[in-house]
Design a protein around this ligand. Structure first.
Ligand code: B1M
Length: 213
């Protein structure tokens, strides 16, 4: 195992500066040098995004800076995807994923999607700001065994609860396992709203999701 901290720092810096064009090449360079994809994700990309998050909170950067960092994150994730997902795995089943109503954050959701796909599960992505009716319809028609809900705002966490209530009302609750996650979400909250699983990160989400098949 080499020490790739220089590469991780470079990737983190490029993310913070929003260098969407350069970051893909930096990710590829780190992979070629032997760094692992999960480490690049954690120690480079997510580390860089938490620096931006801290600055955003303290009012040192504003929405445009966060958006360009997010764009770089998406570019880097695309470069990382082939290494995160195992090639040639036969799909074992389907899952539905989305970010809940009122919430536009999609980076964490996209990572969960990528990692779940890496476990050989076909993922139907409903996108962001997804209302209950759309989710219910997707669960009804897709035959998915797992529903993954992401929420990044304290104000939108409650939409995860509304989705579970809507599944109950539609008579579909026993058809799917409901997994929830996102920065403000906790195990206690998952227990309160009757979700089947809470996971703190994308890798664990993928493992737990796979265990439902
Ligand atoms: Co927003 N934002 N944002 N933002 N933003 C946060 C979340 C915030 C914590 C920033 C802060 O104040 N420090 C704060 C929320 C405060 C709160 O509610 N407690 C906040 C706010 C306030 C807002 C706005 C209201 C700002 C405004 O307009 N005044 C606004 C809301 C818009 C809306 O959604 N309606 C807003 C907007 C935005 C941007 C559009 C500019 C941009 C999003 C771009 C995009 O996603 N395409 C943005 C960003 C980028 C952030 C921060 C900086 C980074 C989020 C992120 O992508 N992190 C964030 C601060 C922070 O989190 N440090 C912040 C990286 C990502 C990999 O982590 O999404 O947590 P995360 O996903 C993790 C885990 O949570 C987990 O796995 C992932 C990695 O392993 N996970 C799951 C996620 N979903 C899961 C689902 C699962 C399991 C695990 O199972 C189903």
């Amino acid at each position: 195992m080499g020490d790739f901290s220089v590469q991780y720092n470079e990737i983190s810096e490029l993310l913070q500066k929003g260098k969407a064009k350069d970051i893909g090449a930096a990710v590829q360079k780190a992979l070629d040098a032997g760094a692992s994809a999960p480490d690049i994700l954690e120690k480079g990309l997510i580390a860089g995004m938490s620096v931006i998050g801290g600055k955003f909170k303290r009012g040192e950067v504003f929405v445009p800076e966060v958006l360009i960092a997010a764009r770089a994150m998406n570019a880097a994730s695309t470069a990382l995807k082939p290494s995160l997902a195992k090639a040639g795995v036969e799909p074992v089943g389907k899952a539905v994923i989305c970010t809940v109503k009122g919430d536009l954050h999609d980076i964490g959701k996209n990572l969960v999607k990528m990692m779940v796909e890496g476990k050989g599960i076909e993922v139907l992505d409903l996108g962001v700001d997804c209302d209950e009716a759309k989710i219910i319809e997707a669960v009804r028609t897709s035959g998915a065994k797992v529903l993954c809900l992401s929420a990044l705002l304290t104000t939108t966490m409650m939409a995860q609860k509304s989705v579970i209530e809507a599944l109950n009302a539609a008579g579909l609750r026993d058809k799917v396992k409901v997994m929830i996650g996102g920065a403000p979400v906790t195990q206690t909250f998952a227990d309160e709203i009757g979700a089947d699983a809470y996971t703190p990160d994308a890798a664990t989400a993928a493992e737990v999701c796979r265990s439902f098949y």
